[in-house]
Ligand binder design. Structure first.
Ligand SMILES: [Fe+2]
Length: 168
């Protein structure tokens, strides 16, 4: 049910902007409660990541961050993104790069179940689940994610040429 609804809703979008992504996500309405059936357990990453749909225009992913886990600090290349928290609570830390290219926290957003957040292109951020309970969220990126970069925080005493590192 959810998958066919996602195909109907997202396959008709062409070069959607953030507002269109948000409207499309919210138009799923009660189907959003089915998203938790598609959560996956972490494998190589500290969180589960399940791609539900990938077209030339966009990509739909379910993220599951277990309690007290987080993503790397990363950007989304040229993609814009919008996400909806289905279950649990998320801390979105938005970063900027200092003069040496290391990420520094700039703003914090707490996102609760039933709330959306957006990621403009070139934004750098980290998602963390500070609670004991799992966090499940529904993400859409347009165009599909490509050239995502991870950023390594500065650590006193560690030799490094740059804070920027390509995603493995
Ligand atoms: Fe992200």
């Amino acid at each position: 049910m959810l998958i066919s609804q996602i195909e109907q809703t997202f396959c008709k979008l062409a070069k959607p902007d953030i507002d269109q992504l948000k409207a499309a996500i919210l138009s799923l309405g009660p189907h959003l409660s089915e998203v938790k059936n598609y959560k996956t357990e972490p494998e190589q990453l500290p969180y589960g990541r399940n791609v539900l749909l990938r077209t030339d225009e966009l990509e739909v992913i379910v993220i599951h961050i277990p309690g007290h886990q987080q993503t790397a600090i990363h950007d989304h290349g040229e993609s814009v993104g919008c996400a909806y928290v289905v279950e649990g609570e998320l801390m979105n830390t938005i970063c900027s790069l200092d003069k040496d290219g290391f990420p520094q926290p700039e703003a914090y957003q707490q996102i609760r179940a039933g709330e959306c957040f957006t990621a403009p292109s070139e934004q750098i951020h980290e998602l963390a689940n500070l609670r004991d309970e799992s966090m499940i969220s529904f993400h859409v990126y347009a165009p599909p994610l490509k050239d995502v970069k991870r950023y390594i925080p500065y650590v006193e005493g560690r030799l490094a040429n740059s804070g920027k590192a390509n995603q493995a």
